[in-house]
Design a protein. Structure first.
Length: 532
């Protein structure tokens, strides 16, 4: 129930999650919007074909490393350690630990970068065996080598992110991906006509964005007095703790990204353009996933870590339930909108220049099947965090491997009858396997998870999606009846459809008594109160 000020009552740990979610979500929104601008620019200049396939295959490596490091494994491994030092140790010990961890991280990343540059041809042979054209394969190798130093840059940025997040600072770190998008946009607009081949401009833009991701966090580190230089201490006790969390975190949180690698490999065996169709569809699906799903997972980890440190495993289960309900409340209506409006959304975002109507149809089909798994992608990411919070990453590792195996089996079964859409469907099915397995393991580890409350929340959210879905179907029918179809008219229609659809969902969920609506309203009001 709301209090007399109109704020929805939540626990202190839930308030921490909500506060962090607001900062991370806002920064991620900026990143996703700029990401769409980036993809529209790429589609306009390069379209979808063998050249973009080569770039997207090469970009898979730095992009996945970004997600693992900046949005996943490294921050997951270092935040609990950094937080413990910040809370329980003298400041001198904190500084010493940070310098030691930074030194080892830079050393490991530097070695990995050199190995990656040298091994680029073999890496491409693994992730894109269907690239039989020597020119396309050679271009992909060159682009991979140019972009591989991004690993060193994003690793340093992820270290800075861990430091800032452990101090309760989230916005600047979450803004890093937005800076990457700016770098890539600048690369295309400024360099595409000045380099040969023109697609090289995108690769150089990735490096420019990597530098920006690191620099944008420097002011925050300076204000905290935590802008440190690496030391020569390579045997600090904290290094063992970080490494014990890091390796399992890489495997546990990499499930979705390994699925992306599998899809890229299999898509290279399909007709030209399949990799690009999957890439563009994945980008659209990641808009709501990044703004809320990944942001909520990042916001939940510090709160669950504090509860775990206090021995409050029931509190961890409660926070997990809270985060899952919130994620479903936002992801389910987003799924409905993306599925029903996949074609007009894809057309507005990408159909211009060399991106044809046929490309729109192919991308929209993939988007439908990716969107079906949106709830699972978000939920699995959140559920995995609970095991890292209690320093039991092995469970997430095993279940992540199970999800990867399921994705491979589904992909092998669906790619022939469904083409590239079958690969998107396999990713979604694998995500559901991962989510269900994690919930089963969490039930065994924590006891009751509030399953009835979670089920009731999911049911209310599903019912609230019904009028939203009906409205979107009416709008889609109107779209098909248009005599003159222009991108501008479709964009205007989509805007109206989304605003009214969101309003229908919001009102219906209020009538159903969805507590998640009140939580989001409290977050907005609190941010408004702070701004005032």
């Amino acid at each position: 129930m709301p209090d007399r000020r109109g704020f929805f009552k939540v626990s202190s740990h839930e308030r921490q999650v909500i506060g962090a979610l607001g900062s991370i979500g806002l920064a991620t929104l900026a990143s996703r919007v700029l990401g769409f601008v980036r993809d529209m620019v790429v589609a306009l200049v390069f379209g979808a074909g063998p050249v973009t396939d080569a770039f997207f295959v090469a970009f898979r490596i730095p992009n996945i490393l970004r997600r693992l490091l900046a949005e996943g494994a490294l921050s997951t491994a270092v935040i609990p350690v950094f937080t413990e030092y910040a809370v329980n140790r003298p400041r001198e010990e904190l500084i010493r630990m940070l310098r030691a961890v930074l030194a080892v991280a830079l050393l490991a990343l530097g070695v990995a970068t050199v190995v990656g540059v040298l091994a680029a041809p073999w890496l491409l042979a693994v992730i894109a065996p269907g690239f039989t054209d020597p020119a396309q394969r050679g271009l992909a190798v060159v682009l991979t080598r140019v972009m591989f130093p991004y690993l060193l840059l994003v690793g340093a940025a992820a270290f800075a992110m861990g430091v800032l997040n452990s101090q309760g600072r989230f916005f600047a770190a979450a803004l890093g991906p937005a800076v990457l998008n700016v770098g890539m946009i600048v690369g295309v607009l400024v360099l595409a006509r000045r380099v040969d081949p023109p697609i090289m401009a995108l690769a150089l833009g990735v490096l420019l964005g990597g530098v920006g991701q690191l620099l944008v966090q420097v002011p925050g580190l300076k204000r905290l007095g935590l802008l440190v230089s690496p030391s020569r201490e390579l045997r600090h006790p904290a290094l063992g703790r970080v490494s014990r969390l890091l390796l399992p975190a890489v495997f546990g949180l990499a499930a979705v990204q390994v699925m992306v690698f599998v899809n890229t490999l299999l898509a290279s065996l399909l007709p030209a353009g399949s990799i690009s169709f999957l890439y563009y569809a994945d980008r659209v699906m990641e808009f709501p996933l990044g703004i809320f799903g990944i942001a909520l997972a990042s916001a939940s980890l510090p709160a669950m870590s504090r509860q775990a440190a206090a021995g409050d495993t029931r509190g961890v289960a409660t926070t997990l339930n809270f985060a899952l309900r919130l994620a479903t409340y936002v992801s389910a209506p987003a799924t409905v909108g993306l599925v029903v409006l996949s074609v007009p959304i894809t057309r507005v975002l990408f159909e211009r220049g060399r991106f044809s109507p046929a490309d729109t149809e192919a991308t929209a089909v993939a988007l439908v099947w990716y969107a079906v798994g949106l709830v699972a992608f978000a939920g699995a990411r959140i559920a995995a965090q609970a095991f890292y919070a209690i320093a039991e990453p092995g469970t997430a590792v095993k279940l992540g491997a199970l999800a990867i195996a399921a994705n491979v089996l589904f992909a092998a079964a669906l790619m022939r009858p469904m083409g590239h859409a079958g690969l998107a469907a396999a990713s979604s099915l694998g995500a559901y396997v991962n989510l269900l397995a994690l919930l089963w393991a969490a039930r065994r580890r924590f006891g009751l998870l509030g399953g009835r409350a979670l089920a009731a929340s999911v049911a209310r959210t599903a019912v609230a999606c019904v009028p939203l879905g009906a409205w979107c179907l009416l709008a889609l029918a109107a779209y098909h009846r248009m005599d003159v179809v222009t991108t501008g008219r479709i964009a205007a229609g989509l805007t109206v459809t989304i605003v009214i659809g969101a309003g229908l969902f919001w009102v219906t969920s209020a009538l159903l008594g969805s507590s998640e609506r009140g939580v989001l309203l409290a977050m907005v009001r609190r941010r408004g109160a702070r701004a005032a």
